[in-house]
Write a protein that binds this ligand. Structure first.
Ligand SMILES: [Zn+2]
Length: 304
């Protein structure tokens, strides 16, 4: 992982390329043989997976996990583990009847289903099927025609990715920071702009969206100041110094706003326009917005 990070820095590789390298070079080592040991506690595996984006992006240690996953469009590695475990099970089951692995697998399955004995591996398979809504497949696992492993793989990976997206959305909804983050990020994907515009510029946008800044709304959170009192110190409007205020309202940034925010957004601003602006697909607009975010963060920090 450190080799990938070092080489990426040397050759100034894009985020997409770095993630690809991680998947191609680190994933296979992390997940080697996970079809067998995947039922164990995989927290350490996931922490390595999360350590990579933390090294890749200049974000705070305290940044929420959903932001990490969201910014890079990643899903937990446990998804790959579950998928590989289920496919391995299907592969064993589709083998020849006299094959030892198939006979053992059937014995374990029957033992778990009839005596409810604690065979961790089989139990884990059962829970994956239940979690993904395929309990029927599990209950009729031996009696029906074995599902081709490839077909099962595509069904499982699609369902697990849907579940991950659902969980991601739920985490944002239940987090206090999520209310703001929801404005900047609507989908669990790696946005195109991050691949097109220079990384150093894209990072400013990312820091602004993930609250890795020193705006009064964030500073107040650190000192437990009530939201109403986290006001902007650069103007006398007594408005809460949040992202919306600095992008659209604060008179201090009026000249920069004219320069970096399209007039259609800056005129009669509201939260919908704010969301639209930050989710705009036009690279030129996003590029200017990145610069504006950088100016705001720098100015606010230097005024402290
Ligand atoms: Zn202000």
């Amino acid at each position: 992982m450190y080799f990938v990070l070092r080489k990426s820095k040397t050759f100034n590789l894009s985020i997409k390329c770095q993630l690809y390298l991680f998947d191609a070079m680190v994933d296979p080592i992390l997940l080697y043989g996970c079809e067998i040991w995947g039922f164990e506690n995989c927290k350490q595996i996931e922490s390595v997976h999360l350590n990579f984006p933390r090294k890749l992006l200049p974000i705070r240690k305290s940044t929420h996990l959903y932001m990490l996953y969201g910014e890079l469009g990643r899903v937990p590695l446990s998804n790959s583990i579950k998928c590989r475990m289920v496919c391995f099970g299907a592969k064993v089951l589709s083998g020849k009847e006299q094959k030892l692995s198939r006979i053992l697998y059937q014995m374990l399955y029957i033992e778990v289903c009839t005596n409810n004995s604690c065979k961790k591996w089989i139990k884990c398979l059962e829970s994956i099927f239940n979690e993904t809504g395929f309990s029927f497949y599990w209950l009729t696992w031996l009696s029906q025609q074995a599902i081709p492993p490839n077909a099962l793989k595509s069904i499982m990976s699609l369902t697990l990715s849907d579940i991950a997206t659902h969980t991601w959305n739920a985490e944002i909804t239940h987090s206090s920071k999520g209310i703001t983050y929801r404005i900047f990020k609507t989908e669990l994907v790696l946005e195109k702009y991050k691949l097109v515009i220079p990384f150093s510029l894209a990072v400013k946008f990312l820091l602004f969206g993930t609250s890795c800044h020193h705006l009064p709304i964030e500073l107040g959170r650190w000192h437990n100041i009530p939201v109403k009192e986290r006001t902007c110190k650069l103007c006398d409007m007594s408005d809460v110094g949040d992202e919306f205020h600095f992008i659209f309202v604060c008179p201090y940034f009026k000249p920069q706003r004219k320069l970096y925010v399209p007039i259609s957004y800056a005129k009669n601003p509201n939260i919908l326009k704010f969301k639209e602006l930050f989710n705009c697909k036009k690279i030129n607009v996003i590029k200017k917005l990145c610069t504006f975010c950088n100016v705001i963060m720098k100015t606010v920090k230097s005024s402290m």
